[in-house]
Design a protein around this ligand. Structure first.
Ligand SMILES: O=C(O)[C@@H](O)C(=O)CO
Ligand code: MG
Length: 254
């Protein structure tokens, strides 16, 4: 199995280029992040070139976080802001050769939100396609993000079908899916054609995957047997020194 370190959480206490180097030293095969925009692309590119790791994904900005915004693309009337966030993400992704962008929906509900989200996703997919970039949408759980527009894989599957763009995919974060829907391995197999990236963390505490209610040794085996080709994203909160939480990775590496 190959694993990607999500640097939004792992080594988040370090500057992003140093976190990339730490992920390499720890044996990860790739990295991913949340919002890298404060860091010059030259610094990130240099760290990626030095380590040989690829940055697999990044997120669109959340918007006005002081006001509690958590994404813009499902907010009716905010299309200009949403598309500026999409443009920003594509430009950054192109500059560091990142193959996928998570377009964040935001806190919203109802038909107008659904229409805004689909229209903004169509825009994102059209802008990203010439660069070979996939657009990801990610259901978030109701405990961490109450009121978030996108909460289930069923909802995501319908949106992906209705938008109808080949580069629109599902971010299957096992942590969120377990909290909202469960039945992880059936869902992974059934949704494989529309999954663009897989992430994981323990449930319910979002820590390293060697604890909690999900047996990740089993889940990883199912993903391996699916022939899943790309690294799985370790997106958990280490709660201190990241290096001290990597026993699971060492065990899997043998
Ligand atoms: O699961 C998460 O929270 C992340 O993948 C994300 O991108 C939204 O913050
Ligand atoms: Mg996630």
């Amino acid at each position: 199995m190959k694993f990607s370190a999500n640097l939004g959480f792992l080594w988040a206490d370090r500057p992003l280029p140093d976190a990339i180097r730490a992920a390499k030293a720890a044996g990860f095969d790739a990295v991913e992040c949340h919002w890298p925009y404060e860091v010059p692309v030259e610094e990130v590119s240099a760290a990626l070139a030095e380590t040989g790791l690829r940055m697999l994904g990044l997120n669109t900005v959340r918007g006005n976080t002081a006001k509690g915004e958590n994404g813009l693309s499902a907010l009716p009337g905010r299309e200009d802001d949403a598309r500026a966030a999409i443009d920003q993400a594509i430009a950054y992704a192109v500059a560091i050769d990142t193959p996928s962008i998570h377009v964040m929906a935001g806190f919203a509900t109802g038909d107008a939100a659904s229409e805004a989200f689909r229209a903004n996703l169509s825009y994102a997919c059209a802008q990203a396609a010439p660069h070979g970039i996939s657009i990801l949408i990610e259901p978030l759980n109701r405990y961490d993000a109450p009121g978030y527009f996108l909460t289930t894989t069923e909802q995501a599957r319908e949106i992906i079908a209705r938008v109808g763009a080949p580069n629109l995919k599902l971010m299957f974060d096992c942590y969120h899916v377990q909290l909202m829907e469960g039945d992880l391995t059936h869902r992974l197999r059934a949704l494989q054609p529309v999954i663009g990236h897989i992430q994981f963390a323990s449930v319910p505490d979002r820590a390293a995957p060697d604890r909690g209610e999900v047996n990740y040794a089993h889940v990883f085996g199912v993903v391996r047997d699916m022939g899943w080709p790309t690294p799985l994203g370790a997106e958990y909160k280490p709660g201190g020194d990241t290096d001290a939480t990597l026993g699971w990775l060492k065990d899997l590496r043998g």
